[in-house]
Design a protein around this ligand. Structure first.
Ligand SMILES: Cc1cc2nc3c(=O)[nH]c(=O)nc-3n(C[C@H](O)[C@H](O)[C@H](O)COP(=O)(O)OP(=O)(O)OC[C@H]3O[C@@H](n4cnc5c(N)ncnc54)[C@H](O)[C@@H]3O)c2cc1C
Ligand code: FES
Length: 528
């Protein structure tokens, strides 16, 4: 994903623009000096904010205004138009804001405003003193960051089994693995961030046990740490291959920065790779290895890649897209053994491989919660506010199974943005807010220059309707269960994806094409 700065375009907003050019609810892109600035009108109020999202610099001019907020078209971060505050992950940093003046039917943008201090913590009165977070990934990081933004003044200790501070995990299978993203993009924050914000980040710190009665965690090194509130955000681990030869050094999985580096190092001296698994991670790895010039074969038992999540039509498209880029599929097969450089297939064939990457699924890391006696059922069970069966202990991210506000069913998903947003909700609730987690699940996946965005949750569906043309990379697919749209996948239909998110949040019917307004053009441009 490119992190390029768009060069400022549009009018110089210091010179003023006619108010008549800015309809109520409308946006106007201009600049102030070198800064791209977006004007947004809401009734009598006009806001001027930075035009690029603070996550990956998505163009907010193509985003959706919802009340006094704006949502990013790329990965659905949400910002407060009045303060610039990043209200929802995956963005954490605020947008810059400018002073606006209206005179004689013209709108003038003045000086950049000093950053307003975030509102005081919503539940500071009942705040605990010691918060311990187990996990230095998406949910753990988002929780710690928001606790400090909420001006939580107590101690925060973040214990992570990783050897690196929290990283942008999605990038580990995309541009970073393809060798197109510099190392500097990978940490979510610089190391100094943690010290500056009083977050005691301890790496290679494996938590072995939780003593729920006394309120303390025991680390693998024998030390203990008391807590008033505990957040479990231990994520998931790759399913390991259980076939002969899977223990060889050229057979790898991908979860951590260290894993991504190990695959890159192996790829540097390799000519042929076999990827086992045709799901998101497997195929992103295949794309990254193609970008590095390797011959890539994908072996998977499925009939089509990603069919279970996206349906047959999108599955066929994804296959064709990878084939266009030279990937060779061996579907309906599994690997039965790896003999040195030979991968034996269930159908009897063999494939030569200098590198094998197994992307055959993940399992939530629930052992710690189980040992502590917390309720666990294919994930750590939490209530609507993400609290586990033990009061004061919360869970978020890949391990959490929560009651979905829309279906009423307990669900668990493995999405980056969901994990971050759950970390944020858990943070507020550890401070006593009792805020239900009701965000609509969202994920994106990137294959070459094609991003696929998905909102909602549809483990099963009765029907998929397709609007637009999948092969032309301009489409929106609606997945229906019992007549209701429960999820929407799209390619370069960002504004419609955002509208679908809002409609799902509000429980508005999204029954057919007419249910989603499509007054604005779709955005036919690559992000990569
Ligand atoms: C390569 C890759 C690419 C991905 N791409 C996308 C994408 O494009 N879009 C998307 O939506 N999702 C993507 N995902 C999924 C997404 O990254 C996860 O859903 C998300 O990271 C889950 O966050 P989490 O906080 O639950 O767990 P994680 O981010 O995995 O963090 C778990 C943390 O817990 C620590 N930990 C575990 N056990 C212990 C213990 N006992 N003691 C101490 N620490 C412990 C780990 O060391 C780690 O720091 C991707 C995942 C991977 C691996
Ligand atoms: S670029 Fe805006 S949310 Fe990712």
């Amino acid at each position: 994903m490119a992190q390029d700065q768009a060069s400022p375009n549009g009018p110089d907003l210091r010179q003023g623009v006619p108010l008549a050019e800015l309809a109520d609810g409308g946006k106007l892109l201009g600049h102030v000096g070198d800064d791209a600035v977006l004007l947004v009108r809401r009734g009598a109020e006009i806001f001027a904010v930075g035009a690029l999202c603070s996550h990956y610099h998505g163009p907010l001019a193509d985003g959706l205004v919802v009340g006094d907020t704006i949502r990013c078209p790329w990965h659905h971060a949400c910002f407060d138009l009045a303060t610039g505050e990043a209200l929802r992950a995956p963005a954490f940093s605020p947008l810059a804001c400018w002073a606006v003046e209206e005179r004689d039917g013209m709108v003038f943008v003045g000086e950049k405003r000093a950053r307003a201090k975030p509102a005081a913590g919503k539940a500071a009165t009942a705040a605990p003193e010691r918060i311990v977070i187990v996990g230095g990934g998406a949910a753990g990081f988002a929780a710690a960051e928001l606790l400090r933004r909420e001006r939580f003044a107590g101690s925060i200790v973040m214990l992570s089994a990783d050897d690196a501070p929290p990283v942008d995990r999605p990038n580990l299978s995309k541009d970073y693995l393809a060798g197109k993203a510099p190392e500097a993009w990978i940490p979510l924050r610089s190391e100094s961030f943690y010290a500056r914000n009083g977050i005691d980040l301890r790496l290679k710190a494996e938590v072995a046990d939780i003593d729920v009665r006394s309120g303390a965690v025991a680390l693998a090194d024998g030390s203990t740490l008391p807590y008033d509130r505990l957040l479990l955000a231990t994520g998931a681990e790759p399913v390991r291959l259980a076939i002969p030869g899977a223990d060889q050094p050229h057979v790898l999985t991908l979860r951590s920065l260290a894993d991504s580096r190990a695959i890159s190092e192996r790829a540097a001296g390799a000519a042929r790779a076999v990827v086992l698994g045709a799901s998101f991670i497997g195929l992103e790895v295949a794309a990254a290895l193609r970008a590095r010039g390797l011959e890539v074969h994908v072996v998977a038992p499925d009939r089509r890649p990603m069919e279970r999540v996206l349906g047959p039509d999108m599955g066929d498209f994804v296959r064709a897209l990878h084939e266009e880029h030279g990937v060779v599929f061996h579907l309906g097969e599994t690997a039965s053994a790896i003999d040195g450089q030979q991968v034996r297939l269930s159908g009897g064939g063999t494939l030569a491989a200098d590198l094998v990457v197994a992307g055959i699924g993940v399992r939530p890391r629930v052992a710690l919660a189980e040992r502590a006696g917390l309720a666990v059922d294919r994930g750590v069970l939490v209530d609507g506010c993400l609290e586990t069966s033990a009061p004061g202990i919360f869970a978020a991210g890949d391990i959490a199974r929560w009651p979905d506000a829309r279906s009423g069913e307990r669900i668990r998903v493995e999405h980056w943005v969901v994990a971050e947003r759950q970390g944020q909700t858990a943070a507020l609730n550890m401070l006593g807010a009792r805020q239900p987690f009701d965000a609509v699940p969202f994920f994106w996946s990137q294959h070459y220059d094609v991003p696929i965005n998905y909102v909602g949750h549809a483990p099963t569906w009765d029907e998929v309707s397709i609007e637009g043309d999948i092969a032309a990379r301009d489409c929106i697919l609606r997945y229906r269960r019992a007549g209701r749209v429960v999820a929407v996948a799209s390619i370069f239909r960002d504004i419609e994806s955002l509208r679908a998110e809002v409609a799902l949040e509000r429980g508005s019917p999204l029954q057919d094409a007419g249910g989603v307004r499509s007054g604005e053009p779709s955005l036919g441009r690559p992000r990569g």
